[in-house]
Design a protein around this ligand. Structure first.
Ligand SMILES: [Fe+2]
Length: 188
């Protein structure tokens, strides 16, 4: 979604529209999402060492609809800094985020990265979130956001929308199980 302050006020709607686009036109969505290089590692960093904010370790697996691991899935994760800016404050362009990571799931479907907890967009009621774009050959791509349990800006509507995953932070760690349904192209 666009992440200007104005657009942030349409946060839920924007995510809902983005998800609808993904579901209804998977090939087009697959072209829009950013892909990790084929040789990308399964672990990395979205934030550099020393980045201000609360350290956060994000990890999980990519599985298919039957629960089998999906190896080599492309993951692109990006986020704001701890003050809610995508760029160097006051810059905040989510098309060119400063904190991001490109990964490929390993043979067990596993992936992980270190970062800091993002902040809400300044002056908005948008919850802190980490964007994910995930794709694998033969599977429908997924675009969603992790938001965090306990965030006062997480709404009941978000809990019902597949474009959001509401996850707890426990001991500085958050996990996500990414399920890719069938579909998509074979050239991811
Ligand atoms: Fe965002």
């Amino acid at each position: 979604m666009a992440c200007s302050l104005v657009a942030a006020r349409s946060y839920v709607l924007a995510v809902a529209l983005l998800f609808a686009t993904t579901v209804n036109s998977a090939p087009a969505a697959a072209q829009e999402i950013r892909q990790a290089p084929a040789a990308a590692p399964s672990t990395g960093r979205a934030a550099p060492p020393g980045e201000p904010g609360a350290p956060l370790h994000v990890s999980g697996v990519v599985v298919d609809a039957g629960g089998a691991p999906v190896a080599g899935a492309s993951l692109y994760a990006f986020q704001t800094d701890h003050e809610g800016y995508y760029g160097v404050k006051p810059e905040s362009d989510n098309r060119n985020p400063r904190l991001k990571v490109f990964l490929r799931s390993d043979e067990r479907g596993a992936w992980a990265f270190d970062t800091v907890k993002p902040g809400s967009y300044p002056g908005t009621r948008a919850p802190a979130h980490i964007h994910f774009q995930v794709a694998a050959p033969g599977h429908a791509p997924r675009i969603f956001e992790i938001v965090f349990e306990g965030d006062p800006f997480v709404t009941p509507e978000m809990r019902r929308q597949p474009g959001f995953s509401v996850r707890p932070i426990e001991g500085g760690r958050v996990t996500e199980r990414i399920v890719l349904g069938p579909g998509g192209s074979d050239d991811n």
